[in-house]
Design a protein around this ligand. Structure first.
Ligand code: HEC
Ligand code: HEC
Length: 230
């Protein structure tokens, strides 16, 4: 790191560390072949199905920075059947199962690169207007009540896992969502998935404000369970 640049950055009162620029260079060089860094989200199903990795252009509105720093060094599977899921499943005896031979491990970064990339990603905030509409209230919900809503009443488990190997496989797992995602993003995405990703197959279930709060608290509680902290 160029000391002069850092000093200059501090003098100018820059709110973002200068090494976010280094992170942006890594993103453009090593990540943009699979991840959209500039938007917009896919506008047709064909574009959606051709996507090679999740969109990162609103990363600053979506992720918790601490999670990014850790995950980029030690990536774990989030979508059980990768992206796009239909390319990675095969028929099983009862229902479709994941074909692991088609999934490749995600690139891992060094600690300093992960920090720089996370800093750069957190500057990408084109959806702050959606985030500003959400107010998360204090509250708790028991895991059993939360699961009842998530599974039985709202049908979310058809696509999302709440434990490794328990739940659907066409959406991201939800047992680390509370650590991975900002609570306002979780609320906003449940309220209107298509406001984030116009062609995504998650249905808008018109979940009430009260149930959105309940689901946010449930996912936070779920992330704290020891057996999921792998
Ligand atoms: C060969 C394609 C490919 C490349 C190159 C790649 N990624 Fe990914 N990335 C993926 C896929 C596929 C996933 C989804 C993994 C999953 O769901 O388990 C993913 C997931 C992620 C996630 C988690 C996103 C989420 O919302 O679940 C982040 C953050 C990420 N990648 C960052 C990066 C960074 C930073 C780089 C460059 C250093 C990079 N990726 C390079 C394909 C790629
Ligand atoms: C038909 C399948 C389906 C159903 C049913 C479904 N989802 Fe989703 N969900 C998805 C997909 C697909 C995504 C976006 C995946 C991506 O960005 O790669 C998603 C994304 C999310 C996200 C954002 C996660 C992230 O990592 O960006 C949350 C939170 C979420 N869903 C919660 C719910 C809740 C709560 C319900 C029930 C009310 C539900 N989902 C029902 C498929 C589904």
């Amino acid at each position: 790191m160029n000391r002069l640049l850092v000093a200059l950055g501090m003098m100018l009162g820059m709110t973002q560390p200068v090494w976010a620029d280094a992170g942006m260079d890594i993103l453009k060089g090593q990540c943009s072949s699979c991840h959209n860094l500039t938007g917009p989200a896919p506008q047709t199903l064909k574009e959606l199905w051709a996507r090679k990795g999740p969109d990162l252009f609103y990363a600053g509105n979506k992720y918790r920075k601490e999670w990014l720093v850790q995950w980029l060094q030690n990536p774990t599977q989030i979508r059980p059947a990768g992206e796009f899921y239909e390319d990675h499943i095969k028929p099983g005896p009862k229902r479709d199962v994941v074909d692991p031979s088609t999934l490749k491990p995600h690139v891992a970064l060094s600690a300093s690169d992960a920090q720089a990339v996370a800093d750069a990603l957190m500057t990408l905030k084109p959806k702050s207007d959606l985030i500003a509409k959400e107010k998360i209230e204090e509250g708790t919900v028991s895991l059993s009540m939360g699961e009842m809503a998530f599974d039985k009443f709202l049908g979310c488990m058809a696509c999302h896992r709440i434990e490794p190997d328990y739940g659907g496989l066409s959406g991201p797992e939800m047992y680390t969502a509370g650590k991975r995602l900002q609570p306002e993003y979780i609320a906003s995405y449940i309220r209107s998935p298509q406001a984030w990703d116009p062609k995504i197959w998650m249905p808008n279930k018109h979940v009430s404000d009260g149930n959105i709060q309940k689901l946010v608290h449930y996912l936070e509680a779920l992330s704290k369970e020891d057996n999921h902290a792998k």
